[in-house]
Design a protein around this ligand. Structure first.
Ligand SMILES: Nc1ncnc2c1ncn2[C@@H]1O[C@H](COP(=O)(O)OP(=O)(O)O)[C@@H](O)[C@H]1O
Ligand SMILES: [Mg+2]
Length: 418
């Protein structure tokens, strides 16, 4: 009855398939009592979603925080853990309020699953109360929730598509998935073609090259809703494209920070972002993969794809321990006379299930291309279309999270001075 489950979203661990928002550039200090909580917070601080925030973890609980902040200013966000019962907890929070700057937000990690205490703390200006044990993703989600304003648009999901080798069909998979997601999930979806010179997104959709991405890459800090409105080329329905200029008459370099700035702007404007990443290895490619919400790796069932896919998957698993592994797509399966690595062996060697297996179908892919249509539109009843549809639906089921409730007022209220 007095249970917190169902009371506040953050008392439940977010599903790993759900988008967890990014944490802004804030200073965070945590004061824990239990080693388990220290570990969880340290893992959260090391996660890609918190890469922009600065976090430190200390022990000693609320008392240690009160002692420290008598002589130091408080950070943007304080995380304090307490194993105490209700009354002593409220007392130590009142002492903390005495030393807390007005704009510091406070998250309390407590050990009492008590809805009356929860409401009491919210009323007194605590930003959020979470019941221990907390998982790293739950913490990140709670922190991001505090900084998400009530009016802000839902944060978009970025799905990055890359091939394990050139020509594996990654762009084809990306464009078909984007087309299908926009249609079925009924969500604004933008395809970004990051293959600036040789990208095929415009060709695949029967358009002249749009070139809009160059304007964004050259002045990333200018990217906002207005500029995006001008640069995005509508492809019909809820689908739009931000493509490269095509051609080799200019030299292009992409900086990792430019991609970060553009993605941040896009995430607050578009619910679903499909990134078509060329098969090359550069700092910005690595950065983009590490910061995507989900990755789709397309490989052919042959040796070079296997070696490259394994290298990419190993890197991603190590660098994104709290994320789902990439979705592995086997494409061009069954090219006549080509010796192939069987799907089961491919899957075993990489340590990942095959998310979709798309047959080699030059006739239908070729004629879709010639007509400037997606295979899913031109030949919807083929086996290849069936595989691509199932893959797309596995992403559109993962919807962006709803905006969190407004962040709570200041801990100052604990003193009754609100
Ligand atoms: N399953 C398939 N069967 C036949 N042709 C395919 C298949 N998938 C992709 N293709 C074709 O392969 C070529 C390369 O595909 P593309 O998506 O540009 O590869 P990537 O982006 O990985 O370099 C394109 O002409 C595309 O139409
Ligand atoms: Mg491509």
């Amino acid at each position: 009855m007095n249970d917190l489950s169902g009371q506040n979203a953050t008392s439940r661990a977010p599903d790993v398939t759900q988008a967890v928002a990014l944490v802004p550039r804030i200073n965070i200090q945590a004061f824990c009592e239990l080693q388990e909580t220290v570990n969880s917070i340290q893992t959260a601080f090391a996660d890609r979603r918190m890469a922009r925030a600065h976090g430190t973890v200390l022990t000693g609980g609320i008392d240690a925080a009160v002692r420290l902040y008598q002589t130091q200013s408080t950070p943007n966000l304080l995380l304090v853990e307490s194993t105490a019962a209700r009354e002593p907890l409220l007392e130590s929070l009142a002492s903390l309020a005495e030393v807390c700057q007005p704009d510091t937000k406070v998250i309390v990690i407590g050990h009492l699953n008590d809805v009356v205490l929860y409401r009491d703390l919210m009323r007194r200006g605590v930003g959020e109360y979470v019941v221990a044990p907390v998982t790293p993703l739950q913490l990140i989600d709670t922190i991001a929730g505090l900084y998400r304003s009530e009016r802000a648009a839902p944060i978009g999901r970025v799905i990055a598509f890359m091939g394990a080798k050139g020509g594996a069909g990654s762009s084809t998979v990306a464009h078909n998935c984007g087309w299908e997601i926009a249609r079925v999930a009924d969500a604004e979806t933008t395809i970004i073609d990051l293959d600036l010179a040789f990208g095929t997104a415009a060709l695949d959709f029967n358009l002249d090259a749009s070139g809009g991405i160059m304007e964004a890459i050259l002045q990333p800090e200018r990217v906002d809703a207005l500029l995006l409105d001008r640069l995005l080329v509508r492809l019909g329905g809820k689908l739009s494209l931000l493509g490269g200029p095509g051609g080799v008459d200019k030299d292009f370099t992409i900086e990792a920070h430019a991609v970060e700035t553009i993605l941040t702007a896009l995430r607050s404007n578009v619910p679903l972002i499909v990134l078509d990443i060329p098969c090359l290895w550069a700092p910005w490619v690595r950065f983009t993969l590490l910061h995507a919400d989900h990755i789709v790796l397309t490989a052919e069932p042959e040796l070079a794809s296997l070696r490259n896919a394994r290298a990419i998957v190993d890197l991603l698993k190590a660098a994104r321990p709290n994320d789902q592994p990439p979705s592995l797509v086997l494409n061009k399966v069954g090219i006549p006379k080509r010796p192939e690595i069987p799907a089961a062996d491919f899957s075993k060697a990489i340590g990942l299930e095959i998310a979709a297996s798309v047959p080699f179908d030059p006739q239908n892919f070729g004629s879709a291309l010639n007509n400037g249509k997606m295979l899913l539109e031109a030949s919807p009843r083929t086996k290849a279309a069936e595989a691509l549809r199932r893959l797309s639906r596995s992403f559109s089921a993962e919807r962006a999270p709803a905006p969190a409730a407004a962040s709570k007022s200041l801990i100052k209220k604990l003193l009754g001075r609100s």
